[in-house]
Structures are given as structure tokens and as C-alpha cells.
Design a protein around this ligand. Structure first.
Ligand code: FAQ
Length: 310
């Protein structure tokens, strides 16, 4: 009965077990999960662009091979996540349409330009660092296919993060010009990285319900604080300054205090008014349109194979 199904759903969440595609799910849960997974998948796919910008201009064969592999991993994560959305009835074609017509979001961070090769390192260190901080708890998310996808994705993201940090270490041991490039990249990416965690808790429309459903395990502000705490010592090791005069250890709280994020900037970027929003979506749309013949050919081939079997 309906009541039994609902009880099964509640019980699964209470017992910290995973919900699976065969289980009955309330509409709101399904909707929120498709939204979050789709936004996450779109982020991985759009996220290929800022770093992809540097593949043809990597400073050495080794750096080019590393960067190519990383960007390919991101494509893999995107496809993996679209598959997770499909288990909830989210159709990949439909989700892609929504992305390229601006009806679905992707992470604000990918709307900033990558101006030097140091940005590749800083994206690995800060952006992948923030992504890991946000995604490790999602390995315990209540929806099974999403939680399991996160396990593999987090392992690859950790590798990406180390890759970025290693590149920056190397640059910091190089010339003054290289050190300046790193500092400039840190100055540009620090605040946008803090924005990746979403609006402050008081303004986050989904956090409360998503925590009750155990989709999210921590609030946006909790994870942002965790990221700051883990990143400050890494910045010290690296020898860069984080561009926040209010950043200071608070012995009482046992956390770093930090300055106020420019929430208006985040709002503007989410609304589509960031420095690269138009360009990112246009490029994704063109790639999708250029791939039309591949999709047609693949469908025709699949049809022929089925007919041949019959
Ligand atoms: N950008 O109520 P909340 C990566 C939207 S990592 C854009 O707090 P929620 C790896 C939000 O959707 C990046 N939009 O929402 C990589 C909602 O809009 P709606 C991707 C944002 O869901 C690294 C509204 O604001 N990671 O790709 C942002 O509870 C390097 C209200 O917000 C994930 O997606 C934002 N920053 O919490 C790839 C992780 N923040 O739908 C390449 C999974 C919020 O009501 C290179 N997602 N919004 O119109 C999550 O953990 C959550 O969805 C949050 C937002 C924490 C992002």
C-alpha cells in the first residue's frame, strides 16, 4: 500500500541505508535529486572548458599529458552522473537541452576565465579541493547510485587536487615571474572557490529539506568553514597569501575566521551574468549541435543491429 511504501522510504533514511532506483520515492525527493545530480553533471562537463583552454598551450609534454587526462576524467564524471540521473527518470537529452537553453544551472566557478597556466594549478588545488570537501560527505548520500558515483569521483578528484598542488609547488620554486603568476591566480580564484559551497545557510532554499532526507550531510556554511580550515595551512606551505585581510585563527572557535563573501557576485554569476557564462553555454551548445551526426549514426547503427537480430 501507499503507506507501506512511504514507511519503507522513511525507514531506509532513518536507518542510514541507501534508497535504490526500484524503491518508491516521494516526488520532492526525486525532483531535488535529479536537480542536484544534473547540476553536478553539467558542472563537470562545462568545467572541462576553463582548463581545456590550456591543453594546446601547456608548457611541456608532461604537463599536456597530465592536463588531457584530467579533463578526460571530468568528461567521465559528467557521463557517470548523467547515468545516475537516468536511474531517476532524468533523460540525458532533456537535461542537456535544459543546460544549453539556460534552464538548468551548473557551478558558478566555471564562469571565470583562465588567464595563465598557473590557473590550471590553482583550479586543481582550490576548485578540486572545494569539490572534494563538498563531495566526500555525499558518498554517504541517501540515494545509492549517486553515493556510489561519488566514491569513484572523489578518488579521482583527490588525484586532481594533488596534481594542482604539485604544479604550484614547482612554480613557486621557479622564477619570480612564476611566483607572481601563482599569486595572481590565487587572488582571482580564492573568493569564487568559497562561493562553490552555495549561498549562506540562512539563504539556502534546499538545505533544510535535503538534510532531513540525508541527501546533504552538512550545511553549505559548515563545508565552507571546513574548506577554509584545511586550505590555510596549505597556502602557508606553498608560500602564497590568501586575499582576505580578515583571515585569522580563532582559538576559541578552533576555526579560522574569514571575511564576508560577496554574495551579490554569486547571485549575479548564478543568474548568468558572470564573466564567461555566455561563452561557456554557447560553446557547449555548439559542441552538442556539431555532435548531432554522431548521435544519428549511433542510433541508426543500434537500429540495424536490433533488426539484424530479429
Ligand atoms: N553555483 O539551496 P541551495 C566539479 C544554486 S565541482 C551555481 O544551497 P543546494 C568538479 C542551487 O542549485 C562543482 N548554482 O542548493 C570539477 C539552487 O538553485 P535552484 C559541482 C548554485 O543544492 C572541478 C540555489 O542556488 N559540484 O564540478 C551554487 O542545497 C574542477 C540555492 O542553493 C556539485 O554540484 C553555485 N556555486 O546546495 C570539475 C556538488 N550554489 O535549483 C571540473 C553537488 C547554489 O533552487 C574542474 N551539489 N546554487 O534554482 C551540491 O552539493 C549542492 O547542490 C550545492 C548547493 C552545495 C552546490
Amino acid at each position: 500500500s501507499d503507506q507501506e511504501l512511504e514507511e519503507h522510504f522513511e525507514r531506509t533514511i532513518d536507518k542510514d541505508q541507501r534508497l535504490e532506483p526500484r524503491d518508491w520515492l516521494p516526488d520532492g525527493y526525486r525532483k531535488t535529486m535529479v536537480r542536484q545530480i544534473a547540476q553536478h553533471a553539467h558542472s563537470e562537463i562545462i568545467g572541462m572548458q576553463p582548463e581545456g583552454n590550456w591543453i594546446t598551450r601547456a608548457p611541456s609534454l608532461r604537463r599536456k599529458a597530465i592536463l588531457l587526462a584530467k579533463v578526460q576524467d571530468e568528461a567521465g564524471h559528467g557521463l557517470y552522473l548523467y547515468s545516475a540521473a537516468e536511474t531517476l527518470g532524468g533523460d540525458r537529452q532533456d537535461l542537456t537541452e535544459k543546460l544549453i537553453t539556460g534552464r538548468q544551472k551548473y557551478s558558478s566557478i566555471f564562469n571565470y576565465p583562465t588567464l595563465s597556466f598557473a590557473d590550471v594549478g590553482v583550479i586543481g588545488w582550490l576548485v578540486d579541493g572545494a569539490a572534494i570537501c563538498n563531495q566526500v560527505p555525499l558518498c554517504r548520500s541517501s540515494y545509492g547510485p549517486y553515493a556510489r558515483a561519488m566514491i569513484r569521483i572523489c578518488k579521482e578528484e583527490s588525484f586532481h587536487q594533488r596534481q594542482g598542488y604539485e604544479l604550484l609547488m614547482k612554480m613557486m620554486k621557479g622564477t619570480q615571474a612564476q611566483r607572481d603568476m601563482v599569486q595572481d591566480a590565487v587572488n582571482r580564484f580564492w573568493w569564487p572557490s568559497l562561493m562553490m559551497f552555495g549561498p549562506p545557510d540562512a539563504e539556502s532554499s534546499h538545505t533544510e529539506q535535503s538534510m532531513l532526507w540525508k541527501i546533504k550531510r552538512h550545511t553549505n556554511d559548515e563545508l565552507r568553514q571546513r574548506f577554509v580550515d584545511m586550505t590555510v595551512p596549505q597556502a602557508e606551505m606553498l608560500g602564497v597569501t590568501l586575499p582576505d585581510p580578515d583571515l585569522e585563527w580563532n582559538a576559541e572557535r578552533e576555526h579560522y575566521d574569514f571575511g564576508e563573501v560577496d554574495w551579490n557576485e554569486l547571485k549575479q554569476v548564478i543568474k548568468g551574468n558572470g564573466p564567461c557564462n555566455t561563452e561557456r553555454v554557447a560553446r557547449r551548445r555548439k559542441a552538442h549541435e556539431d555532435g548531432e551526426w554522431v548521435r544519428e549514426a549511433a542510433s541508426a547503427h543500434a537500429r540495424k543491429m536490433t533488426e539484424a537480430k530479429a
